[in-house]
Structure formats: structure tokens, C-alpha cells
Ligand binder design. Structure first.
Ligand SMILES: [Zn+2]
Length: 350
């Protein structure tokens, strides 16, 4: 199958999110992968003689019908510090090219992404019930003993923070209060760089080592107003400008896309956009709706290989119609894998 003509005319774009440095993969296996699992994946690519290409080259060759056999591209979403510390060292040891879809607004703020750190802190306190959560702005006792209970609390914290229009710094203070109430050192959380993005000097170091940085919006969001959407691309590109070539490839944050985004991306001279919808890209794929394989720890090595070879997509019965929803429908499309994306909520303030 891997040597079939069908597979030769297709590109598998792999999508990864976080690589664990502590116990993140135990906390959320759909989002974080143990570096040992990443190493196994890359070993499978190597042993299977897959041709891992740089994303831009792979997409060009897909269009011209000039892909090498067993073509693969590797992408990482968001550009967390964990990529710098745990992901890239593994990739580098295999010599594979890699693209990071980097969101940039929080890059130079040394604080963790609010919703992720809250969720992680509550999971750390998962044997507890907090009886007096007043300083968190909450009234009912907080039962952290079930996943459902913890999710409910995170949603409430995020919703209340947004409703109160808290700044990033205020949200950080709230997360610190939560940590304190759970007897967890927030200073250690912050200094560990867990749930933080790479800063500009780390990005520069990786760019010099050959990492390809591409667009993922400045604030990890896709506004529905054209001017604001395009500003997200412009600001994101501006922030990545120092790293080398102009970024022209894009990945939809959280895998969410709408029809009008394609025009706006084209107007910003973006040439490709990837989703979190599973599949292999072919010459006939819409370049602004390219499928990827979201790889997580939950996927077995056998299933991973079936995707590489091209067998899995042929066996998969299409469960749903294409995810695109016309603008007139007024709904946002979202794939089931999209929930795995890191959502950096914007606080709406520069
Ligand atoms: Zn993302």
C-alpha cells in the first residue's frame, strides 16, 4: 500500500501539539505526548523509509505531481516551550524537517496559558474538595475528585474571567490564587515554563537550527470580522518576520474554519491552510482546507502505520460530510479533533 500509485500522489501531514516534560500526558493524553512515544513514531518513519519533507516543499511537489514515494510532513501547533525543550531535541536526532505553526501574542509573556494551567492545577488536587473557594470568586464547594467536576470549575473560571474582562496578568493572579488554595507552588509552575509559549530568542535559536515557523494567528483566534481576522495574520507574520522567510502557510487555531476565511487568507498572500480533519492531502485537495493526521498517545503504533501507508483512510468510512459551513449558515465548523488544540484565550488587550 505504501508503494501504491494512490499513496505516491498523496501527502500525509502529521499534526502534534504538546510533548510532555512532566506528567502532562497523564493529565491530558489527547493533547500531550510522552517524548518516548514521539521517538517511537519517528523511528517508524525512519524504518518505513518515509520521505519527510519540509511543509512548503511537500506542498509544492504535491501540486506539480513530483512527490517522492511515502511523502510525509511533520507539523506542531502553537509553539509551546515544551517543543523547544522536549519535542525538537527528539526530532533533531532523526534529522527530520519540522514546521511549527506559532501563535505569538503570549510569546514574550512568561506566564502559563490560563485555561490549561487551571485545569492542570485542579487535576493535581484531584483527591480534594475545596470547601471555601471565595477568594476564587466562587461560592459552592469545589469537588475535584471527578473529571467532570474539574471541567465544570475550569469552564466557570474561564467564563467569569472573560466576563470580567480580566487582563492576562489578572488571570495569572487568579491561577496563582488557585494554586495557593491547593498548596501548590505557583512560582515553580511559572519557572518550569509549563504551558508557556516559546519566547523570541528560543524561536530564533530553533529557526537557526532549521525549524520552519508558520502562521497560527497572533492571539490564537479567528475573528469573524475581516479586518480583525486579517490583522491576526499580519501581526502573527510580523512577529515571525525576524526568523527568516515570510510565513505563507497557515493552520486554523483549534481546527475551526469558515468559508470566508479562505478569501481573507488569500488576500494576505497565504498559500495554504491546514485543518484538524483526518486525511491525506492530494493534488485535488483545496489548498485552504488541507487535512492532517492529529497524532496522539491514544493512537496505537499499528494505527499510526496504517495512516502512513495510506491504508487507514481507505478503510475509514466517511462519518461526516465535509466540515465547511457556508458563511450564511452563521455557524462555526469544528472537527472532533479540534478540541485537542490548545486554546489561548485572548484577553482583548494589547
Ligand atoms: Zn493551536
Amino acid at each position: 500500500m505504501a508503494d501504491s500509485k494512490w499513496r505516491r500522489n498523496r501527502l500525509l501531514i502529521l499534526c502534534y501539539h504538546g510533548i510532555s516534560r512532566y506528567d502532562e500526558h497523564v493529565w491530558r493524553p489527547s493533547l500531550y505526548m510522552d517524548p518516548g512515544v514521539l521517538r517511537q513514531r519517528l523511528e517508524i518513519l525512519k524504518q518505513g523509509r518515509y520521505n519527510v519533507l519540509r511543509l512548503g516543499e511537500a506542498l509544492r511537489r504535491l501540486q506539480t505531481g513530483d512527490l517522492p514515494p511515502r511523502g510525509v510532513a511533520i507539523t506542531f501547533d502553537d509553539g509551546g516551550y515544551d517543543f523547544y525543550a522536549a519535542g525538537f531535541p527528539v526530532i533533531k536526532s532523526f534529522g527530520f524537517p519540522v514546521t511549527v505553526y506559532q501563535t505569538t501574542y503570549y510569546s514574550d509573556y512568561q506566564m502559563p496559558v490560563f485555561n490549561l494551567v487551571c485545569s492542570y492545577l485542579l487535576w493535581k488536587g484531584r483527591d480534594r474538595v475545596l470547601h471555601n473557594p471565595k477568594e476564587l470568586g466562587l461560592s459552592d464547594p469545589l469537588d475535584l475528585r471527578t473529571e467532570r467536576g474539574r471541567m465544570h470549575i475550569v469552564r466557570k473560571l474561564v467564563r467569569d474571567a472573560d466576563a470580567s474582562n480580566l487582563t492576562g496578568f489578572q488571570k495569572n493572579d487568579l491561577a496563582a490564587t488557585l494554586a495557593k488554595s491547593l498548596d501548590i507552588s505557583y512560582d515553580e509552575i511559572v519557572s518550569s515554563r509549563i504551558f508557556q509559549l516559546m519566547n523570541s530568542s528560543e524561536r530564533a535559536e530553533l529557526a537557526a537550527a532549521g525549524v520552519d515557523f508558520q502562521l497560527h494567528t497572533h492571539r490564537h483566534r479567528t475573528p469573524l470580522e475581516e479586518r480583525l481576522f486579517r490583522k491576526e495574520i499580519q501581526d502573527n507574520r510580523q512577529s515571525l518576520q525576524k526568523l527568516g522567510e515570510t510565513a505563507i502557510h497557515f493552520c486554523y487555531p483549534s481546527g475551526v474554519y469558515r468559508q470566508e476565511f479562505q478569501n481573507w487568507l488569500q488576500m494576505e498572500n497565504v498559500v495554504s491552510a491546514t485543518t484538524c480533519d483526518s486525511g491525506l492531502a492530494s493534488r485535488r485537495s483545496n489548498p485552504f482546507l488541507l487535512p492532517r493526521l492529529v497524532d496522539t498517545s491514544a493512537r496505537s503504533a499499528v494505527e499510526f502505520e496504517a495512516w502512513l501507508s495510506g491504508l487507514a483512510p481507505l478503510l475509514t468510512v466517511r462519518k461526516a460530510a465535509p466540515q465547511i459551513i457556508p458563511a450564511a449558515a452563521g455557524r462555526v465548523s469544528q472537527s472532533k479533533d479540534a478540541a485537542q488544540s490548545v486554546l489561548v484565550k485572548d484577553d482583548g488587550r494589547e
